[in-house]
Design a protein around this ligand. Structure first.
Ligand code: MLT
Ligand code: MN
Ligand code: ZN
Length: 304
């Protein structure tokens, strides 16, 4: 299977439009060694033709312009996006649905009932889309292996995980199973597995088992330290309170990734613009390299 990273940044992107943090300012002025990144999305395919879009980012139009496989090729109106899977209902993962409204068919959309609820009430994207192409909602099953008929050659296993629900969710700060998921993508022919979880706030046994079973983990790289946003004066919340395991420190993501086999490919994704790992000359970036951990970037192609 092939995974194409459409956007490797967290909400806000990098640089963020109103942010003057050392990273955002540094990438604008060219003072730091870093590449801009768009907001959080990947595409996956087993045949290079039918792609499952994981999350619909506010930057989807730019992401499609930069990835020909998703562009029209077979008819007057056409797309390589064969299905859309949402891992939560956050703005950075769903706003792109508006930009896909010109589709000539209903989009097959896979998400949990909790995510569908948030996109029906708190942020009513789905009823609004009924005025355009609409979506065909499929309940994303938790725990059981499933396939998506429009995306041949891939199988999926989703599991609930602890992160946070969006501000417009009735479960904000009290997330329920189904508000956030991680997904294992399985190549049906080779049985090779990728575990994808851009929002991962706590390492539960089920999540850890899925990571251990994967050939590639593509996991939460939002913040380096738990108090990163507080120290910058950008937020009152810790990384963990926002539903993101920080990379450094005890029980941080690096500690967990270190326990995986050396053969597992370890990649951080959903990187917040404040995170020092974005500066390729930073000591934090070097520390990741010493641990064999990669940092996802827009356009990264992962062949599994
Ligand atoms: C998050 O994962 O916490 C989001 O990136 C928040 C957002 O999109 O504003
Ligand atoms: Mn996010
Ligand atoms: Zn910034």
């Amino acid at each position: 299977m092939k995974i194409h990273v459409l956007g490797a940044a967290a909400g806000g992107g990098f640089p963020q439009w109103n942010c003057n943090c050392p990273n955002c300012d540094g990438v604008r002025t060219g003072r730091i060694q870093a590449r801009p990144r768009t907001q959080s999305s990947i595409a996956a395919s087993a045949d290079d033709t039918h792609w499952a879009l994981f999350n619909a980012s506010p930057d989807i139009l730019q992401q499609i312009r930069e990835f020909p496989a998703l562009q029209p090729g077979r008819g007057l109106r056409d797309t390589g996006i064969a299905a859309i899977v949402l891992i939560d209902a956050q703005i950075d993962h769903t706003t792109g649905l508006y930009m896909l409204r010109e589709h000539t068919r209903r989009h097959p959309l896979w998400c949990t009932p909790q995510v569908r609820e948030d996109l029906t009430r708190g942020n009513p994207i789905l009823p609004l889309l009924e005025h355009y192409c609409g979506v065909d909602w499929h309940t994303l099953p938790l725990g059981d292996r499933f396939s998506i008929d429009t995306v041949p050659g891939l199988r999926f296993e989703a599991l609930p995980l602890l992160s946070n629900a969006p501000p417009y969710s009735p479960h904000r700060d009290r997330p329920e199973p189904g508000d956030n998921i991680g997904v294992t993508l399985i190549d049906a022919a080779s049985t090779r597995r990728v575990f994808y979880a851009p929002g991962l706030g706590q390492m539960e046994a089920s999540v850890w088992a899925a990571m251990q079973a994967a050939d590639v983990v593509l996991v939460d790289g939002t913040l380096w330290t738990d108090d990163e946003m507080i120290r910058l004066g950008a937020s009152q919340k810790t990384s963990r309170a926002m539903g993101h395991l920080p990379q450094s420190g005890p029980d941080g993501m690096i500690e967990w990734l270190d326990k995986l086999p050396a053969t597992t490919r370890k990649i951080l994704i959903h990187i917040n613009n404040t995170n020092p790992i974005l500066d390729e000359a930073s000591p934090q970036h070097a520390e990741l390299a010493r641990h064999g951990i990669e940092v996802a970037y827009d356009g990264m192609s992962i062949v599994v």
